[in-house]
Design a protein around this ligand. Structure first.
Ligand code: DMJ
Length: 624
């Protein structure tokens, strides 16, 4: 009863919060037009070089830049972290010269045989991810950035690094220790407590490494870690924030989509997209449904106890801001639009997002006043613009640029903001500023100009790792069992069979062929036209799984994913009746964001069109 009253009060506060932001930020600035988008794109490029050159001139080969004092510092392993994290942004910007010299320098000088204890999570997403994405660009003619002298040096380094992290996975639960010494393995005094994001955000990088080296061990340990975490979910299908990797007991039971958990959700969906592994999709569907049921207080998200769903923290934390972008990828655009509007209203209020904003007191959460140059809200803005082409997302981008230029720019780079109310600068620049923050900003404006970049108009579909690294859906990575030719629509003769033959074989043979080591992985389609054995029914026909209708808890077992004719990621501007970008001279985009499914999704696209149309005006909250 008492908790009901508390919840009622909280709900009223939340709705007041939301409407007050709408009123507070009603000033209408002129929308970004194509010319301005081009200027902004160039300005963002300038931002990148101010920070990158600042790092190279003042900090390299140390890990990160101190942009106020123009010095360097080792913050992770002491291996030129910012350079590694910046590689694929250099390639994206078309900077062949710096990309080549950086790859060459790293190939000659980088080594991991060092007595350093490092975070498994940070090393994976920043270093391993950075090396793999750069390797995939530097080794491939199709990217237009191939380096002639390149001889897989970064891949060799990536494999060496990851083997040095493998001892961390030697736990009874399969969930890795949080840290590992690159020379000596796990220290006997190492903490057994790790975060859910730390243990559950390794599958993309480890999976790509397995597929490039043909050694399944990396993909397997990363998947075991996810299974270890998911096996310990609560009856509500929620996971906590921290867990003991030996006992499997949750030591922090707050469930949420932000701090300590965020990218666990992200990698479930992305691992399915990249590898076609349906186990990840099933877990994502259950986890997502539960998050929307218990954590979503439209348009905000709260933290709840994973067993009871009682609210423990009515706080927006800045790491939550990746969620609308993930929802776009999952095809759930409507709530993404609402949540982005709410999160952006916090940015508008302070000029940055604080690490925590209390939804009950409508103020910055005590002790969480800083803005460490995080990318998440910008990342979601990029995805929403890509999905809707609504110019309000460009306007948001202009605000991000203005805040960073006026508030965070400092002598040698960009500074963290210690307090979003006072706009005080701190002498630190995280490597993700160049890996993600600037990358997503540049991509946002480039979409409005010509989209002529590796991600939006390249030889492959790409997904972004949680650190913003580009991972392509190449046949080697995404279709390892099929080996079908790419884009050509032809499979090798021994793998192309008449449909009937394939169906008969499948029904006679429950076990899939194990000739490829990743026998649990299922490839994805949309990239090929031929029928290949091993593709699932849904994949052959361009269908995809979507979330089942919300059901009561008792019915959950029956709420199996259903195959429908919709794509989980088929989003085009056809859904925008008004097509504002065309009216205003923007080039129109008729391609889906990612081609995971083929045709037969027109019905669903039409349905979503209706939803977006009916809400567009209401959604223009911060620009009305
Ligand atoms: C980055 O390292 C990654 O985006 C990670 O998933 C979360 N933290 C930072 C950015 O905020």
């Amino acid at each position: 009863m008492e908790s009901n009253i508390r919840w009622l009060v909280f709900a009223i506060l939340i709705s007041l919060t939301f409407s007050s932001f709408v009123l507070d930020h009603g000033t209408l600035a002129e929308s970004v037009k194509p010319d301005e988008a081009k200027q902004l794109r160039d300005e963002v490029r300038g931002m990148f070089y101010h920070a990158f050159d600042g790092y190279m001139n003042n900090a390299f080969p140390l890990d990160e830049l101190r942009p106020l004092s123009c010095q360097g510092e080792d913050t992770l392993g002491g291996y030129a972290l910012t350079l590694i994290d910046s590689l694929d942004t250099l390639a994206l910007l078309g900077d062949r010269e710096r990309f080549t010299s950086s790859v060459e320098w790293l190939g000659k000088n980088l080594q991991f045989n060092i007595n350093k204890t490092v975070s498994v999570f940070e090393t994976t997403i920043r270093v391993l991810g950075g090396l793999l994405s750069a390797h995939l660009i530097a080794s491939d003619y199709a990217t237009g950035m191939r380096i002639p002298s390149y001889n897989n040096e970064l891949l060799v380094l990536a494999e060496d690094l990851t083997r040095r992290m493998l001892p961390a996975f030697d736990t009874p639960t399969g969930i890795p220790f949080g840290s590992v010494n690159l020379m000596y393995g796990v220290d006997k005094h190492e903490s057994k407590i790790t975060s859910t994001a730390g243990g559950g955000t390794l599958s993309l990088e480890f999976g790509v490494l397995s597929r490039l080296t043909n050694d399944p061990v990396f993909e397997q340990v990363a998947k075991n870690a996810v299974r270890g975490l998911w096996a310990r979910r609560s009856n509500l299908d929620l996971v906590g924030a921290h867990i003991n990797v030996f006992t499997g007991e949750w030591t922090q039971k707050d469930a949420g989509i932000g701090t300590s958990i965020d990218s666990f959700y992200e990698y479930l969906l992305k691992a399915y997209i990249l590898f076609g592994d349906e186990e990840y999709l099933y877990i994502f569907q259950e986890a997502y449904r539960s998050a929307m049921q218990y954590l979503h207080k439209d348009p905000w998200y709260v933290e709840v106890n994973m067993d009871s769903a009682a609210i423990v923290w009515p706080v927006f934390n800045s790491l939550q801001a990746f969620w609308p972008g993930l929802q776009v990828l999952a095809g759930d655009v409507d709530p993404a639009i609402r949540t982005h509007t709410a999160f952006f209203s916090v940015w508008k209020r302070y000029g940055f997002t604080p690490e925590g904003f209390n939804l009950a007191t409508l103020s910055v959460q005590y002790g969480q006043k800083s803005y460490p140059l995080r990318p998440e809200l910008i990342e979601s803005t990029y995805w929403l613009y890509k999905a809707t082409r609504d110019p309000r997302y460009l306007d948001a981008g202009r605000d991000f640029v203005a805040s960073l230029q006026y508030g965070a720019k400092c002598p040698c780079g960009y500074c963290h903001i210690t307090d979003v109310e006072l706009h005080k600068q701190e002498d630190h620049m995280e490597s993700f500023f160049l890996a993600e923050t600037v990358k997503y900003l540049w991509l946002l404006f480039d979409l409005a100009v010509d989209s002529d970049n590796l991600v939006d108009n390249g030889p492959y579909k790409y997904i972004f790792s949680t650190e913003g690294h580009l991972l392509p859906l190449t046949p080697q990575i995404s279709l390892p069992r099929e080996r079908c030719s790419y884009f050509g629509g032809y499979c090798p003769s021994n793998s192309t069979k008449p449909e009937q033959e394939v169906l008969e074989e499948e029904s006679n043979n429950d076990e899939r062929s194990n000739s490829y080591p990743y026998h649990e992985s299922f490839p994805i389609t949309g990239l090929i036209k031929g029928l290949c054995p091993g593709l699932t029914h849904a994949q052959k026909y361009g269908l995809s799984y979507v979330l089942p209708e919300k059901t009561d808890r008792e019915d959950v077992d029956e709420a199996k994913p259903v195959v429908t004719s919709s794509s989980i990621v088929l989003i085009t501007d056809q859904r925008m009746e008004k097509k504002p970008q065309e009216e205003e001279g923007f080039t129109s985009q008729s391609e889906p964001i990612m081609t995971i499914s083929g045709g037969s999704s027109n019905d669903q696209t039409g349905q979503e069109l209706t939803l977006l149309e009916s809400e567009t005006d209401d959604q223009r909250l911060y620009s009305s």
